[in-house]
Design a protein around this ligand. Structure first.
Ligand SMILES: Cc1cc2nc3c(=O)[nH]c(=O)nc-3n(C[C@H](O)[C@H](O)[C@H](O)COP(=O)(O)OP(=O)(O)OC[C@H]3O[C@@H](n4cnc5c(N)ncnc54)[C@H](O)[C@@H]3O)c2cc1C
Length: 514
């Protein structure tokens, strides 16, 4: 294949079939799957390292998880595990038990990785009616099983082929419990099982829904929230060395499959010319048949000409109803932590207040044998809480800093009350805010976490279910479109989009195996 010069900065690069913008997990997965399917792919990332919101960064010799800390899809036969084997990535996935320890004022719950043990443990919480608890989690499981089968097999999502329609018909009974709860909040499911007034369930549902579907159980679209409640039981665990080690390994796999990774290469703009895309990057211009944008729709709009933006307004509005993150990155002495394994604590200070703004925090502690992350005797901790962006943006710029600082103080207060051992043994602390996310990961104004799954039929519109093509041969992937938030969800979404692109195009390269 002859090489063509596109710009003096890319003297020996072929015109790729596809340019992917952004090496978050949505972009990494799309690029890897496209390369596996024979596409000549170039992935451009503005930072010097991959992973975006799910990356591992270094400060003062310590390595911290930037945002995401607890990962699913690591189990046998699941996406990350399959890639680990296929491309010999050598990434170590550590199972965790418990996966998370939820601590509230009155009670605590260590969530085991086995679902039956979990239900048993839940039934032992104060005031439980074990039969009703079993009934609730039975309903939740049926909905989750039906939806996870769809999410993990992109060929079952639209656009449907003849064979996928046949498979759906064969499975139609499994969708009955899903359809029943469409357009209703998760809290209705608790009520239906006679558990509306039982505080431990409400607290658990609010805590898990806030970190998965990004809203409380009163507001959450029930089928999505019930699927997300399964997050802990779907090959969930710890990535040894930090999630960055998986992101880096995926860049190597993309290169092995014939793709190219251009780090520290921000995309400044894209334009359509003669039926192809011209991509203006920091290091020069690329030309491709197809572009996959792993950025928020607002960022994509700012890269394109104004007339292209109409299609994305609904996604932009959904993102803007969402969240930013306030963060604490800490180093603690190992005495603060019980075992040598990585550990996750979900802490609620006041159960009656919303689970945001520091009242509810997620703390993730590195493992003792992650020596590259912290020296012997120390562990790194990533702590996050939700910041309502509407509220933040209504404030005068001068007040925003004070508000974020107050939220971070509230986070320390919650840690001090529910996990005082961490503050007592803290050796170092650094903070981050929505502005930090905007600066480092290019997240428009610092919006993170994707689109909150609030109750509504809008989630099932064809436009929301199809791979999101903003313009001809320009696709949006990542946490603002289906499959939504979490590293696994955006990766599955990236794979699905890659397969859609491959079904419509003939690529120039040999497929290295698909
Ligand atoms: C605090 C926090 C905690 C979380 N916890 C978890 C968790 O425990 N488990 C989990 O699974 N998920 C978690 N998530 C969610 C998860 O991190 C995200 O859903 C996922 O990482 C989003 O991936 P993405 O590919 O959509 O976007 P991003 O990760 O934002 O990736 C976009 C990439 O594009 C790059 N970029 C932006 N603009 C440009 C440009 N112009 N040119 C080139 N590159 C560009 C960015 O640098 C970035 O690398 C968490 C998120 C946050 C914020």
């Amino acid at each position: 294949m002859p090489f063509e010069s596109l710009s003096p900065r890319y003297p020996a690069m072929r015109k790729p079939d596809v340019v992917v913008i952004g090496a978050g997990f949505g972009g990494l997965a799309a690029a890897l799957r496209l390369a596996e399917l024979g596409a000549n792919v170039v992935l451009c990332e503005t930072l010097r390292y991959p992973g975006g919101c799910a990356s591992t960064f270094t400060r003062r010799g310590y390595q911290f998880e930037a945002g995401a800390t607890l990962f699913s899809g690591l189990g046998d036969g699941q996406l990350f595990s399959k890639w680990n084997e296929k491309w010999d990535l050598g990434v170590r996935f550590d199972p965790l038990d418990p996966l998370v320890e939820l601590r509230t004022r009155q009670w605590s719950l260590a969530v085991p990785s086995d679902r039956d043990s979990f239900v048993q443990r839940f039934s032992a919480l104060p005031g439980a009616d074990p039969k009703a608890v079993l009934g609730f989690f039975g309903t939740q499981r049926r909905v989750a099983d039906a939806l996870w089968t769809l999410f993990e097999d992109p060929s079952l999502l639209p656009p449907f082929s003849g064979s996928s329609v046949v498979r759906h018909l064969g499975r139609s009974l499994s969708y009955v419990p899903v359809v029943r709860w469409m357009g209703r909040p998760l809290s209705d499911v608790a009520s239906q099982h006679g558990l509306a007034g039982w505080e431990p369930l409400r607290v658990y549902l609010d805590a898990v829904s806030q970190i998965t579907v990004q809203v409380s159980s009163d507001e959450a679209e029930a089928p999505f929230a019930m699927a997300a409640l399964d997050y802990f039981f779907r090959g969930t665990g710890h990535v040894h060395g930090g999630i960055g080690s998986l992101a880096w390994a995926m860049t190597k796999a993309i290169e092995q499959a014939g793709g190219k990774i251009l780090l520290a290469n921000r995309v400044r703009g894209i334009r359509r010319e003669a039926g192809r895309w011209r991509v203006d990057t920091r290091k020069g211009e690329l030309e491709a048949q197809t572009v996959v944008a792993n950025v928020l729709p607002q960022s994509l709009s700012s890269m394109t000409e104004p007339q292209m933006n109409g299609e994305l307004h609904d996604v932009e509005a959904s993102v803007e109803s969402g969240w930013g993150a306030a963060m604490l990155y800490m180093v603690v002495d190992s005495d603060a932590v019980r075992g040598p394994e990585a550990h996750h604590l979900q802490l609620v200070d006041d159960e009656t207040a919303p689970f945001v703004e520091g009242n509810h925090v997620f703390c993730s502690i590195s493992a003792a044998d992650e020596h590259e992350r912290a020296p012997d005797g120390q562990r790194t901790v990533t702590v996050s809480t939700h910041v309502p962006m509407k509220k933040l943006r209504q404030m005068k710029p001068d007040n925003q800093g004070a508000y974020v600082a107050a939220t971070q103080s509230r986070m320390r207060q919650t840690i001090g009350r529910r996990a005082p051992e961490l503050l007592e043994h803290a050796a170092f602390e650094m903070t981050a805010s929505p502005r930090t996310f905007a600066r480092f990961t290019g997240r428009h104004l610092g919006y993170v976490g994707g689109v909150p799954r609030r109750v509504g039929w809008n989630h099932y519109r064809p436009r929301a279910l199809w791979p999101r093509e903003a313009m001809r041969d320009l696709y949006l992937v990542g946490d603002s479109v289906l499959l939504g938030q979490s590293t696994l969800a955006v990766a599955l979404g990236g794979v699905r989009t890659a397969e859609q692109i491959a079904s419509r195009n003939t690529f120039s390269a040999e497929a290295p195996g698909s």
